[in-house]
Design a protein around this ligand. Structure first.
Ligand code: CU
Length: 144
């Protein structure tokens, strides 16, 4: 169960309320078929057509006991509480950068299957995403 996280208001300069709402859509989702029985990575792109930024606060999936959001900083990955989806911008998850980590997999995802993922946002609520499982070599190794 995800506890209530202390969301320190990320008071960015772009956080002015211009009356707009975030308008989120998700594309390019995929999971490289994992080599591990217990862990997998996932990638996608979240696009915000609205004039207000949003924040990805957590991720859940039927396929995994635990999903975390990781950032790659200077070649090392670190878990983050949330990531901003900028107004009129994108939040990109890709190999070598931001990625989702699926932990405690209920069963090992295979190429051709689809993983159901739920993205939870501070303002937009929940977004369901179907994440196709691609070949293990679909993308370069993420280093873990
Ligand atoms: Cu990671």
């Amino acid at each position: 169960m995800a506890g209530v996280m202390a969301l320190a208001g990320c008071g960015g300069s772009a956080s002015g309320s211009d009356g707009g709402k975030p308008e989120l859509s998700v594309g390019s989702a995929y999971m490289p078929q994992p080599v591990s029985d217990s862990m997998a990575a996932g990638f996608l792109t979240i696009t915000n057509k609205g004039g207000t930024q949003d924040q990805l606060t957590s991720v859940t999936s039927d396929a995994a006991g635990d999903v975390t959001v990781h950032q790659t900083v200077g070649g090392a990955m670190q878990e983050v509480d949330h990531l901003a989806v900028p107004a009129h911008g994108q939040l990109v998850f890709k190999s070598g950068g931001n990625h989702l980590m699926f932990d405690k997999l209920k069963r090992r995802p295979k190429q051709g299957q689809t993983i159901l993922v739920e993205l939870h946002f501070a303002k937009s609520g929940d977004l369901k995403v179907e994440m196709p499982v691609k070949s293990a070599t679909y993308n370069p190794a993420t280093g873990h």
